[in-house]
Ligand binder design. Structure first.
Ligand SMILES: *[C@@H]1O[C@H](CO)[C@@H](O)[C@H](O)[C@H]1NC(C)=O
Ligand SMILES: *[C@@H]1O[C@H](CO)[C@@H](O)[C@H](O)[C@H]1NC(C)=O
Ligand SMILES: [Ca+2]
Length: 339
């Protein structure tokens, strides 16, 4: 939508068309411009992202696992190399984690996880990895290497189907869960009783990079994946009304059992999301003209907006043509009168 409502359209058409327009098209043009400015007011799309280094983990992982001053701390079998933070090696019964030391007080954020799951095994193995935004940190346990009855958000990449008879789910499977300290993760049923939503994601032993994207904005939780090597995000889950307190910790954990995999984190990039607002110097009310005209519709969707704009433009062009024709005829008749 941003492209349709962009400055380009607004600026160019305004300068180009205004002076040439007969009266009627001018009116149509006013509506067009108002429609366009209404687009600008839709600040849902006017977001800016800022990488927050204190909550991000990326190469060369300076001091991670060795310096106490690092923002990240390792646990269990996790290991840092030049290429990745390996949460578990491809060996049985391992668990490892990397946890942020800094509680996150951002209101709206977006976490981009660059990860890799690979191993000797041919089929879905396990158990998988999890990305956390939780109150507790540095606790070992059965939930992909984190404690059960956790408080906060967990997004799991479950690579092993424990509940074999459940056929409609294809593994590896990505799902999200929110815990409040008393909700248990059901490992035997792959967390289905507490699942908020999810999707299948063939992420093992791929040559290209694989990403997971977790966005929390205005209490809306969105999870997307980019695992096909096409640089495209695919929707996984989208859920409004998710309450997550501020001041929790980001972390990543992984677990292996009888079967194993390397669970690698290449980077965790945390972006703060901010609504763009230019400095206000003159007091005003947005779209006051539309309010007076009484034609402002509450909660116009992007699609409605697009078609309104489209038809306004078509109408405008139509009226210009009529105007030009009429002007031509008027000039013609005036010429005839004078000569
Ligand atoms: C946690 O959630 C469960 C299930 O939704 C609910 O029964 C329980 O009361 C909640 N506990 C707290 C402390 O809010
Ligand atoms: C988690 O909570 C459940 C039910 O609330 C309880 O039965 C279980 O013992 C708890 N587990 C741990 C590890 O605290
Ligand atoms: Ca499982």
């Amino acid at each position: 939508m941003a492209a349709v409502c962009g400055n380009h359209l607004y600026g160019v058409t305004k300068a180009f068309m205004w002076k040439r327009m007969p009266l009627k098209p001018r009116w149509a043009f006013v509506i067009l411009v108002l429609t366009a400015s209404l687009c600008f007011a839709d600040d849902d799309h006017e977001m800016e992202e800022f990488l927050k280094r204190e909550y991000s983990l990326s190469k060369p992982y300076q001091g991670v696992g060795s310096l106490g001053s690092s923002h990240w701390e390792l646990m269990g079998d996790a290991m840092v190399t030049t290429e990745q933070v390996r949460l578990t090696p491809d060996m049985q019964s391992r668990q490892g984690a990397v946890w942020s030391r800094v509680p996150c007080h951002l209101k709206d954020w977006e976490m981009q996880v660059h990860f890799k799951i690979h191993g000797q095994g041919k089929k879905n193995l396990g158990d998988g990895l999890a990305i956390w935004y939780s109150k507790e940190r540095m606790q070992k346990g059965p939930v992909f290497g984190n404690m059960d009855n956790f408080t906060g958000l967990g997004v799991f990449v479950d690579t092993y189907p424990n509940e074999e008879k459940h056929l409609e789910r294809i593994f590896p499977y990505v799902l999200a869960m929110v815990g409040n300290g008393t909700i248990s993760y059901d490992h035997e049923r792959d967390g289905r009783p507490t699942e908020l939503g999810g999707c299948n994601a063939m992420v093992r032993n791929l040559k290209h990079d694989t990403f997971l994207f977790i966005r929390y904005i205005r209490r809306r939780l969105t999870v997307m994946i980019d695992i096909d090597g096409q640089h495209e995000w695919r929707d996984c889950l989208d859920l409004p009304g998710v309450q997550l307190p501020r001041g929790y910790y980001f972390g990543a954990t992984a677990l292996t059992g009888d079967l194993s995999d390397n669970h690698d984190i290449i980077s965790l990039k945390l972006y703060e999301l901010t609504v763009i607002r230019s400095d206000i110097t003159i007091p005003s009310v947005d779209n006051i003209e539309l309010l007076r005209l009484g034609s402002a519709e509450e909660g116009m969707s992007s699609i409605t907006m697009f078609f309104t704009l489209l038809f306004s433009m078509l109408g405008c062009i139509f009226l210009i043509i009529i105007g030009i024709v009429m002007y031509g005829q008027w000039k013609e008749s005036r010429r005839k009168r004078f000569y």
